[in-house]
Design a protein around this ligand. Sequence first.
Ligand code: PEP
Ligand code: MN
Length: 344
Amino acid sequence: MIVVMAKDSTQEDLNEVRRRIENHPGLQPQVFHGVERIVVGVLGSIPPDLKDEMELLPGVLEVVRISKPYKLASREFHPDNSVVMVGDVAIGGPEPVIMAGPCSVEDEEQMVSTARAVKAAGARILRGGAFKPRTSPYSFRGMGIEGLELLRLAKQETGLPIITEVMAPGDVDTVAQYADILQIGTRNMQNYNLLDEVGRINKPVMVKRGFAASYEEWLLAAEYVMAGGNTQVMLCERGIRAFEHYTRFTLDVAAIPVIQRLSHLPILADPSHSTGKWHLVTPVALAAIAAGAHGLLVEVHPNPDIAKCDGPQSLTFPNFSRLMDQVRAVTAAVRPDRIGVGAP
Ligand code: PEP
Ligand code: MN
């Protein structure tokens, strides 16, 4: 961290800055006298609130952080990509992993038929929400435990591992009994009690980006999970809120290379919630794959017209199968070492 002193700061101001830095065990101030002004370098492990403390001192013009506030999630301290294993599926490796299934679990026939169809098309993970975060309290809010049971059944039928959302800290242990990956939804990205809870378990966690979260806030959410001891974390760009209303949200494609630069964690993309329209899902999915996404989360429904949730953005089985063909083609085109996405 660098503390820039104001031109009219006094020797007393500088002494106070040094004293405050030295108050923190392990921190050392280094004073540089330039022609125009004085700067103080602070070396050591910077406490999160030191910047605020320094900014308030008399004679301080500006404080600039250099190291990242997240450590465990940062590439600085972990140069190699992390790969999260879900059974024999490697997330974060050369092969993009496609997770697909309905927005919400509705009934056995819907779940099992979707699981079979997405598996046949090459998906490696089955998605389905049992606990649904809905904007309106009057919308369908998921089947709860009964939905988890149907996910388990679909897994038994197809062998596909399950990703499903957990919304409440008190539900984490129950959801973890069924799920292979626990999903933290966009609306809960900053639910720190929930992040603490999933940090305690030994199961992979996908942290979706809050729809108004900066990269740093998002990576700090991942840091919460990792600080609890659970390092099996992956991220998912699912669209941020912008001024355009034709699309539901706006997929931030740049998030994919940015996260790969800042972090070693796998980064996936959700072309369904970001666009809100089925005819935009495939082109946006391909953009994410071309940008280097380690995988996709795609909503698929046997009959989107009658889906209880997110029908307009859900792909039919044939459309999902076409998406998979194109994902394979783009993967092969952009990364010759990444060929073959799931089954042919
Ligand atoms: C979902 O994937 O089911 C979901 C609700 O997504 P998000 O939290 O990104 O809106
Ligand atoms: Mn949905």
